[in-house]
Write a protein that binds this ligand. Structure first.
Ligand code: NAD
Ligand code: IPM
Ligand code: MN
Length: 359
């Protein structure tokens, strides 16, 4: 029995989580002996509306006491002008990641064969792509001090700090080295060592660890070059390791190589309870219309089955079911192509649930 805390959140969050729940139920029907206990909790802007805080204490306790957390997305224009501690991103998402101590965020950019022509990049650039971004998730500028003051001239000065310690770099780099070892043996560490002291430490620490991994080929790349290389020749990469903010930006960019940000799942690991979420946000522009792509969240369920529950067969069957539905020509609007059949969020999840029975 596995207890999953569901945090639908805001915008398209509840729609994509409903799709993922549908698939979890189908997994349960397929695998005798596998039982999921699902409990839902308020989180983000909607929680702030209901309870006055974006991360209610009961929600946090529920997350900490379950086996895994599945999160939709938070945020939206409605909450953008709240004081910073009440904003869903800073007041709920970042503290949740910190409390769960999930310092390693895995964001796999894998293109399904059926979508090789759905990307805005040419087929030959993206076909066969399989890049794993390992993003440090609980440190860096996201968690530095913030300060704002009004200057005598009436202007405003802000200060925010960026800290990393050796220990924080070592633990996330180890995750990336270990993954590279199980994959194609290539690790690219991305930094801005030509400017930032934190990046110079990052590079020193990662270089030193390479001695423990003679079977992994390590190279370092500056983040601006990496952004360019990701669209020039993304297949040069196997595992990309980087700090929090660079990883945020590069993973959105990498997602588009697969056809849409609506395709990219994530697993945040390192603590006792894993956190699983699509990499996209609450997409206020399409919320409530049954058009969002639920696949990123469904693939996050597959990552949960693999990493938190050690059910690799079930994880593979979810991924195969997604692949099958795409091969049959079903598409949500974001990956729609001529001659394909457009479906909504709900129908896409239902189709994946049905195909699971034969995958
Ligand atoms: P976004 O990822 O929400 O949307 C960017 C674009 O991608 C939009 O055009 C959107 O319609 C599209 N898109 C996103 N997910 C999609 C899906 N599943 N299917 C189809 N199209 C999809 O980013 P944004 O617009 O910059 O941010 C909106 C809000 O979400 C902000 O408040 C932001 O802070 C928040 N956000 C939250 C998370 C999270 O909760 N993990 C992540 C990113 C952004
Ligand atoms: C993500 C999001 C978050 C981040 C925001 C909403 C705080 O963009 O999960 O990628 O930057 O980590
Ligand atoms: Mn992001």
């Amino acid at each position: 029995m596995y207890t999953i805390t569901l945090l639908p959140g805001d915008g398209i969050g509840p729609e994509v989580i409903a799709g993922a729940v549908h698939v979890l139920q189908a997994v349960q029907e397929q695998h005798t002996g596998v039982r999921f206990v699902l409990r839902e909790a308020p989180f983000g802007g909607s929680a702030c509306d209901q309870t006055g805080t974006p991360l209610p204490e009961e929600t946090l306790q529920l997350c900490l006491s379950g086996d895994a957390v599945l999160l939709g997305a938070v945020g939206g224009p409605k909450w953008d002008s709240l004081p910073v501690h009440l904003r869903p991103e800073v007041g709920a998402l970042l503290p949740l990641r910190k409390h769960l101590e999930v310092f390693a965020n895995l964001r796999p950019s894998v293109i399904f064969p059926a979508l090789a022509d759905a990307s805005t990049l040419k087929r030959e650039v993206v076909e066969g792509l399989d890049v794993m971004v390992v993003r440090e998730l609980t440190g860096g500028i996201y968690f530095g001090t913030k300060h704002r003051e009004t200057l005598p001239d009436g202007g405003v000065k802000v200060v925010e700090t960026l800290e990393y310690t050796t220990a924080e770099i070592v633990r996330v780099a180890r995750v990336a080295f270990d993954l590279a070892r199980q994959r194609r043996g290539k690790l690219t560490s991305v930094d801005k060592a030509n400017v930032l002291e934190s990046s110079r430490l990052w590079r020193e620490v990662v270089s030193e660890m390479a001695g423990e991994y003679p079977d992994v080929e390590l190279n370092h790349m500056l983040v601006d070059n990496c952004a360019m290389q990701l669209v020039r020749y993304p297949k040069q990469f196997d595992v990309l390791l980087t700090e929090n903010m660079f990883g945020d930006i590069l993973s959105d960019q990498a997602s588009q190589l697969t056809g849409s940000i609506g395709m990219l799942p994530s697993a945040s690991l390192g603590g006792k309870v894993g956190l699983y979420e699509p990499i996209h946000g609450s997409a206020p522009d399409i919320a409530g219309q049954d058009v969002a792509n639920p696949i990123a969240t469904i693939l996050s369920v597959a990552m949960m089955l693999r990493f938190s529950f050690n059910l690799p067969e079930a994880a593979n069957s979810v991924e195969r079911a997604v692949s099958r539905v795409l091969e049959e020509g079903y598409r949500t609007a974001d990956i729609m192509q001529p001659g394909m059949r457009q479906v909504g969020t709900k129908e896409m999840a239902e189709l994946i649930g049905v195909r699971l029975k034969v995958c």
